[in-house]
Design a protein around this ligand. Structure first.
Ligand code: PGA
Length: 244
């Protein structure tokens, strides 16, 4: 793993945007794996600014998001589909037909998940997968477990994830209890991985990911085995990690 220490969230976001921008410049028809959450918002803002200036062209890019709440339609303002349009897709020149999020509105979990696996496989898997990390070490919605997951599947969200995500809802009871998420194996198929972390509440998860045992109890720890994984994290998130 390559660890890049940044002074704060803004610095993390700019450096992450630089990595993604370089990917798109080098390969204009890149397949990007994208993430939701608070962490990548600054990265998306920076990329949108560069896109606006003509410095980063997304017209040939295709995008595959990690996950979606089960039971929410694309139009639901709490859905990840909506989040991606609001925070990124509607601000750049990507073709919306080339953007993909698991279909949370499909109540048939097996069908929704196998269909998503099919389209990600047919796209050849991401050239670059952007990730955030949960306080419990989750990636996508792959929560701590006794085994690593494989393809897209339906998960029960843990109480800690429901609590963490409730800040974006009126109250915790409104947070969906299930989600469809790409599996850990699919995430590992990406040719390169960029994982971001900011803030003291991520410090333990970041330490466990980078220096702990590789275990499904910290799903992000599997990234130690990826051949091209870059961590960009700020001082607070790296507080428990030794300086390189
Ligand atoms: P956050 O979520 O960016 O909102 O902290 C990260 C995650 O849970 O993957």
């Amino acid at each position: 793993m390559r660890i890049i220490r940044t002074k704060d969230y803004r610095d993390m976001s700019r450096k992450a945007a630089n990595v993604i921008s370089a990917q798109v410049i080098l390969k204009p028809n890149s397949v990007l794996g994208l993430a939701t959450g608070t962490t990548p918002i600054g990265t998306y803002e920076q990329l949108a600014e560069w896109n606006h200036k003509g410095d980063c062209d997304f017209s040939q890019v295709s995008a595959y998001n990690l996950d979606e709440y089960r039971g929410l339609t694309h139009e639901d303002p709490q859905s990840y589909h909506y989040f991606m349009r609001q925070n990124f897709f509607d601000k750049i020149n990507i073709d919306l037909a080339n953007t993909h999020v698991p279909d949370g509105a499909n109540p048939n979990a097996d069908e929704a998940c196998s269909e998503y696996d099919r389209i990600v496989r047919e796209a050849g898997y991401p050239d670059l997968q952007l990730l955030g990390i949960g306080r419990n070490g989750h990636i996508g919605f792959n929560e701590p477990d006794d085994h690593f997951s494989k393809g897209t599947h339906c998960v029960d969200l843990t109480e800690s994830t429901i609590q963490a995500n409730s800040r974006l809802f009126d109250n915790a009871d409104d947070v969906p209890r299930q989600a469809y998420t790409m599996g850990v194996q699919t995430i590992m198929y990406a040719r390169s991985i960029l994982i971001l972390a900011s803030g003291p509440e991520k410090a333990q998860a970041v330490y466990d990911m980078c220096f702990g045992p590789v275990t499904p109890q910290c799903p992000a720890s599997i990234l130690q085995l990826h051949t091209s994984c870059t961590v960009i994290a700020d001082e607070e998130a790296l507080a428990l990690c030794p300086e390189a």
